[in-house]
Ligand binder design. Structure first.
Ligand SMILES: NC(=O)c1ccc[n+]([C@@H]2O[C@H](COP(=O)([O-])OP(=O)(O)OC[C@H]3O[C@@H](n4cnc5c(N)ncnc54)[C@H](OP(=O)(O)O)[C@@H]3O)[C@@H](O)[C@H]2O)c1
Length: 297
């Protein structure tokens, strides 16, 4: 006789980098429905309800979001519709079918002014539209589902999929003779795989609720991160020549959205709760780049 499955999971935003990585890392026993944006548009309340009624998940892992941080400043309505309203739709449908919600959120709910790692119960104060709409999303998830909602805040996510800092740096380092990278914003680079594994662990722990912080371990500036990308990529032949990397200040790289200067997340309570391997961000980066190199060979 086989053991009963841990449950049925439904993934929103399944075509995004976290959504795709969740599918790659699906543990044995889960039945999974992965819904891309064209299959499940979270701004459509009726559609969300219909899909959840049909699929009857025990847990929804909600990764769908409007993630273009700068574009959100000029498209606040759309960011609001996807992030805030969309999450409310998912939470309401989850409540109706009795599912838990794992909601993926962001370090951008903080202003980054405290200069020390943020604990889950520190006061949020988003600097831009993206962070503000993601904070409303958290509040809606908690309001609608109470202790059936678990909010997992993460940061600086990269993977071999989609658009992210690592893939952008590799491209720029191939195309340009010099790269300038911001050195006065500090956070924690996080491999989507570390996050996906944590989300699956949390999905199997129905007693968890509230807010968890999860990133890889350690801290870096974007500049440090870029230097590490180049060193690791050169070592395994993903890049064939070094280019100078120039540290620049935030003012020298104007963007539509303001970003937190120091948004390291304090993971101590998550590590105590979930256990499991804690990887330094640079180890994760090395593993990811090795896989990228194998994929290109
Ligand atoms: N990336 C980071 O550094 C980072 C950091 C902290 C937190 N997060 C959070 O982590 C989660 C996953 O992020 P990610 O890096 O995987 O972002 P991503 O690659 O941009 O994926 C987001 C996915 O959401 C989909 N989406 C957009 N509008 C939608 C809608 N109306 N209905 C359904 N799906 C929709 C997108 O589809 P289309 O591409 O077709 O629009 C995309 O596939 C998000 O909640 C994000 O806020 C990310």
């Amino acid at each position: 006789m086989t053991a009963p499955p841990p449950g049925r999971a439904l993934i929103t935003g399944a075509g995004g980098q976290v959504g795709l990585t969740l599918q790659e890392r699906m543990p044995d026993g889960w039945a999974v429905t992965a819904c891309r944006a064209d299959e499940l548009d979270v701004t459509q309340a009726d559609r969300v309800r219909a899909v959840l009624r049909r699929e009857r998940p025990t847990v929804v892992i909600h990764t769908a979001a409007y993630t273009a941080v700068d574009a959100a400043e000029a498209s606040a309505e759309r960011a609001e519709a996807v992030n805030a309203l969309g999450t409310a739709h998912v939470a309401e449908a989850a409540r109706e079918v009795g599912a838990r919600l794992l909601h993926v959120s962001t370090d951008f709910v903080f202003d980054g002014a405290s200069g020390r790692p943020y604990a889950p119960d520190d006061r949020p104060n988003p600097l831009g539209v993206y962070g503000r709409t993601k904070l409303v999303a958290e509040q809606e998830a908690a309001r609608i589902l109470g202790d059936r909602a678990l909010i997992v805040r993460t940061a600086w996510v990269y993977s071999r999929h989609g658009r992210n800092f690592v893939l952008t740096m590799l491209r720029l380092m191939r195309e340009r003779d010099e790269v300038g990278v911001v050195s006065d914003q500090i956070g924690t680079p996080t491999w989507a795989r570390s996050l996906a594994d944590t989300l699956w662990t949390a999905a199997g722990r129905p007693e968890l609720h509230g807010v968890l912080h999860w990133t890889d371990a350690g801290a870096a500036s974007w500049y440090d991160f870029a230097v590490a990308v180049q060193e690791e990529a050169l070592a395994i032949g993903l890049l064939d020549r070094p280019v100078p990397i120039r540290p620049i200040r935030t003012e020298e790289y104007p963007t539509a959205a303001r970003r937190p200067a120091h948004s390291v997340l304090d993971k101590s309570s998550t590590w105590a709760t979930l256990g499991g391997p804690v990887r330094h961000w640079r180890q994760s980066l090395r593993l990811m780049l090795r896989e990228l190199a194998v994929g290109r060979a």
